[in-house]
Ligand binder design. Structure first.
Ligand code: 13P
Length: 249
């Protein structure tokens, strides 16, 4: 039985003070919820202070990106080792905003996935189609290309977590219809099973998830949780999504 997982991607939001306050609220409001895995992904600068808030709780920490080299002359980059050393256990890789604004390719995503695991981090690999690709009927082709690209040559793949985030649904208030989203989740699961022989994989849905639609999405058989952007910036709405998952558990 796959456990629900709710991850908050705070993106480029929250100063350290704000991040610490948000983490404190999430911590206090989610106490007693044991059936759901909870991850928060603050910006790099806030990871260490947030770690001090949640280190004795069941909330775990993720980063939003990392570089694929160990160390060296890569100005502005952050290594997997740095993340590990400040309490991170997870790292989001290949988010569509990184692919779009920072030109990240499937090849870089693949290297980052490999390196994250070499440092003992669990990658949350993001895939999803643009509106244009969707309208051209290319959703399945794009998702397949991104999944296969991310996984090529990987070992230890059973640890990887996936997030299907249709780009047209991110930050737009539009969500995929639960059954349509489930179809893509099932496709991802089938690719991973058939091509990579991994049976139990958690696949999160992301894109305008909020408390009002979380339950409908997560009650689909292949949706194992949510990667939440905007609604994770407010403790009340984030914890409501966690509670929706707990109620379904
Ligand atoms: P929103 O929930 O704001 O649409 O963002 C989703 C997302 O990109 C999470 O990684």
């Amino acid at each position: 039985m796959r456990r629900y997982l709710i991850a908050g991607n705070w993106k480029m939001n929250k100063t350290n003070n704000e991040a610490v306050n948000l983490a404190k609220r999430i911590f206090s409001d989610s106490q007693g919820i044991e059936k759901v895995d909870i991850i928060i992904c603050p910006p790099f600068t806030a990871i260490a202070p947030v770690y001090n808030v949640i280190k004795d709780s069941n909330i775990r920490l993720g980063a939003q990106n990392m570089f694929y080299e160990n160390e060296g002359a890569y100005t502005g980059e952050i290594s997997g080792e740095f993340l590990k050393s400040i309490g991170c256990e997870f790292v989001i890789i290949g988010h569509s905003e990184r692919r779009k604004y920072f030109n990240e390719t499937d090849v870089e995503v693949n290297k980052k996935v490999k390196k994250s695991m070499a440092f003992g981090l669990t990658p949350i690999v993001c895939v999803g189609e643009t509106l244009e690709e969707r309208e051209k009927g290319k959703t399945e082709e794009v998702v397949k290309r991104e999944i296969v690209g991310a996984l090529q040559g990987q070992t230890d793949m059973d640890k990887i977590i996936y997030a299907y985030e249709p780009i047209w649904a991110i930050g737009t208030g539009k969500t995929a219809h639960p059954e349509d989203a489930n179809k893509i989740h099932k496709l991802i699961r089938d690719i991973i099973k058939t091509d990579f022989r991994i049976d139990e994989t958690r696949i999160l849905y992301g894109g305008s998830v909020k408390s009002s639609n979380a339950e409908a999405l997560m009650s689909q058989p292949d949706i194992d949780g949510s990667l939440v952007g905007g609604a994770s910036l407010d403790a009340k709405s984030f914890v409501e999504i966690i509670k929706a998952a707990a109620n379904l558990s």
